[in-house]
Design a protein around this ligand. Structure first.
Ligand SMILES: [Zn+2]
Ligand SMILES: [Zn+2]
Length: 199
């Protein structure tokens, strides 16, 4: 049965974006999904250093607020609570993951070849579009990740960014069983995923 969707949700909003930023707990309006979107109620979010850079605005890129984005975060795990009327293949109650890319153009050489992270039309979650430091988010159904049974939300969140970054690095390196692999940042969020994945 569909759960009741409140008008407001709790969010960690960036205040005073820049070198003195802080994250303040506020209530934000729950967004309404467009026809091709899902409304997701998040249970978990990872914390990524890129979030801190977005909020510090120290990367020489436009500010979050220039896109109307109030919450950082791009490693989310939750459940679908509403489905846009043109969405196929998703239903209320499905588990859903939110990743660093909000959406891509789906129609360029990079998108066609599994290199969407280089797509010129890519939109970043938590920069161009609202991030996962909040309870309710809308996402394009076509670009939302599924979370299989047996993977908890706590595990699935960081898989969206740090573990998938590492997974791709390991695949590209063409390592084979019995090879050695060294992670100079093995104690950090990405490196620790590498140690586990490589093992
Ligand atoms: Zn990240
Ligand atoms: Zn593209």
């Amino acid at each position: 049965m569909a759960e009741e969707i409140p008008k407001k949700g709790i969010a960690g909003v960036v205040v005073n974006e820049g070198s003195d930023f802080r994250v303040e707990v506020q209530e934000l309006d729950v967004p309404v999904p467009r026809d091709d979107e899902l409304l997701i109620r998040l249970n978990c979010t990872g914390l990524c250093m890129s979030d801190v850079h977005y909020m510090l605005n120290d990367w020489g890129i436009p500010k979050m607020s220039e896109f109307g984005t109030r919450c950082a975060g791009h490693e989310g795990a939750g459940v679908v609570v509403q489905v846009g009327k043109h969405v196929r293949g998703w239903k209320v109650g499905d588990r859903a993951g939110v990743k660093p890319l909000h959406d891509v153009c789906h129609n360029c050489e990079d998108c066609w070849n599994g290199r969407e992270n280089y797509c010129d039309g890519a939109l970043q979650t938590g920069l161009h579009t609202p991030g996962t430091y909040q309870q309710y988010l809308t996402k394009p159904a076509i670009y939302t990740s599924r979370i299989p049974d047996g993977v908890s939300d706590e595990m699935a969140g960081p898989i969206m960014c740090s573990a998938s970054t590492m997974h791709r690095a390991l695949v590209e390196s063409q390592l084979k069983p019995s090879n050695w692999v060294v992670f100079p940042g093995g104690g950090g969020g990405v490196g620790i995923q590498g140690v586990q994945l490589a093992k």
